[in-house]
Write a protein that binds this ligand. Structure first.
Ligand SMILES: C[S@@+](CC[C@H](N)C(=O)[O-])C[C@H]1O[C@@H](n2cnc3c(N)ncnc32)[C@H](O)[C@@H]1O
Length: 403
């Protein structure tokens, strides 16, 4: 009886898995045959314990595995969509030694398929419960060769270093020196890095003492815990209005900004096409140190105070008691959209003009996928001066240039 039921489950899982692979191929998330084969092989449902098969094989569904007392996710089985994007960025080959930071089991099993019998997979997690769960799932699915280690990945896993690939599956704010030290000479580090309130999965290769990347993709992850954890400043301007800020040195005139939000808004249109929003967001968020992420509630959108873009966070330029943020409107001639700016406060005109200039600059010079080059240079804290394209971190600085 048990055998019959398992056969049915396995059969249905195989069908759903094949459909998921097709969907990921069609969307362009998977581009290589090796990743197709890995996803088509690993039984994801065995890592999504207690979930319906359909949920386990929904390509864009992340499954929360553990939450803290406030209900925030501490660990999740990431969506297959983002896992395969990162595996494609990593370009893993048979025989490689790979470190996965943040365990769950499923992604490590995919990596095990990619490196094959001659390769090594090490997965590290800070949380004992997650380590135990990952070990059990990997054992059940037939991947007991994966070494699951409990440690704070801030110091890497020196006992198994060096690694040809390090794939980080928790949101990092900086790059600990251990990751650089434990990466082989021609190694690659794929890391979801937080930059001025937005996250991009960046595939870095070594370049001198630092790292360089031409490959970055939109993503979201549970935050890094332990020594490398970082709490971003969220400045409450008023009920339902917040500024997410990277640089601890910035001060804001909250009272003036709250008054500005309630004052009539100035609307300025750029005449430039609005396209590739994730690329534009990276450009804007890192284009000048004065850029912050503005978050506003749906309630304020419904009241006509803000445009819808604020509900998910939008780069905003703040100048004293004035601010401006990006918006868009349909362009009937092209069938696409035009970008524009909404500004509030006594200096609304000046702030809007500066913002519109950035929108036009991006549209005329950089509006294509992959135009950014991202470098990371280790340097003592406080050395990197905030300037356009430079995002200072604790242990180094991220420099973004656009071609
Ligand atoms: C998104 S989950 C990992 C998903 C997993 N790779 C998978 O196959 O789906 C992120 C994990 O990172 C872990 N984590 C957070 N900070 C860490 C740290 N400093 N060192 C090691 N693990 C950490 C969390 O405990 C959590 O389990």
């Amino acid at each position: 009886m048990t055998t019959v039921r398992n056969l049915n489950v396995d059969g249905e899982a195989a069908l759903l898995r094949a459909a998921m692979v097709q969907e990921l191929r069609d969307s362009g998330a998977i581009t290589s045959e090796s990743v197709v084969k890995a996803v088509a092989t690993v039984p994801r449902h065995l890592f999504a314990v207690g979930e319906p098969l359909k949920t386990a094989y929904a390509a864009n569904q992340a499954l929360v595995v553990k939450r803290n007392q406030d209900g925030d996710a501490l660990s999740s089985l990431s969506a297959t969509h983002i896992q395969v994007v990162m595996l494609e960025q990593a370009e893993i080959e048979p025989g490689m030694r790979v470190l996965e930071i943040g365990s769950g089991g499923y992604n490590a099993a995919l990596v095990a398929e990619l490196v094959g019998d001659a390769g090594t997979v090490v997965s590290v997690d800070i949380d004992a419960d997650i380590v135990a769960r990952a070990r059990t799932c990997l054992e059940t699915a037939g991947y007991s060769q994966v070494k699951v280690v409990q440690a704070d990945a801030d110091t890497g896993v020196p006992q198994y270093a060096p690694f040809d690939r390090i794939i980080v599956t928790a949101g990092a704010w900086d790059i600990p020196s251990a990751w650089l030290d434990q990466l082989s000479e021609r190694g690659r580090l794929v890391v979801p890095l937080r930059l001025r309130g937005i996250t991009r999965s960046i595939a870095f290769d070594r370049s001198g003492d630092g790292l360089v990347s031409d490959s970055y993709r939109l993503c979201g992850f549970v935050p890094m815990q332990g020594a490398g954890s970082y709490v971003e400043r969220l400045i409450t301007v008023a009920d339902g209005i917040g500024l997410r800020v990277d640089d601890q040195r910035q001060d804001f005139d909250v009272t003036a900004l709250a008054a500005a939000a309630r004052s009539p808004r100035l609307e300025v249109w750029s005449g430039a096409t609005f396209d590739l929003p994730d690329e534009l967001e990276l450009f804007l968020a890192t284009s000048t140190p004065e850029m912050v992420m503005l978050h506003g509630s749906k309630q304020l959108v419904d009241q006509g105070v803000f445009a819808l873009s604020v509900t998910r966070g939008v780069p905003a330029l703040v100048n004293g008691g004035s601010f401006a943020y990006r918006t868009k409107r349909p362009n009937e001639e092209t069938g696409g959209f035009e970008s524009g700016v909404l500004a509030h406060g006594p200096e609304a005109k000046a702030v809007a003009a500066r913002y519109v200039e950035l929108l036009r600059q991006w549209a005329s010079e950089h509006q294509r996928r992959g135009a950014a080059r991202i470098q990371y240079r280790p340097m003592p804290a406080g050395t990197a001066e905030p300037s356009p394209g430079i995002v200072a971190k604790r242990l180094g600085a991220v420099e973004i240039s656009w071609s």
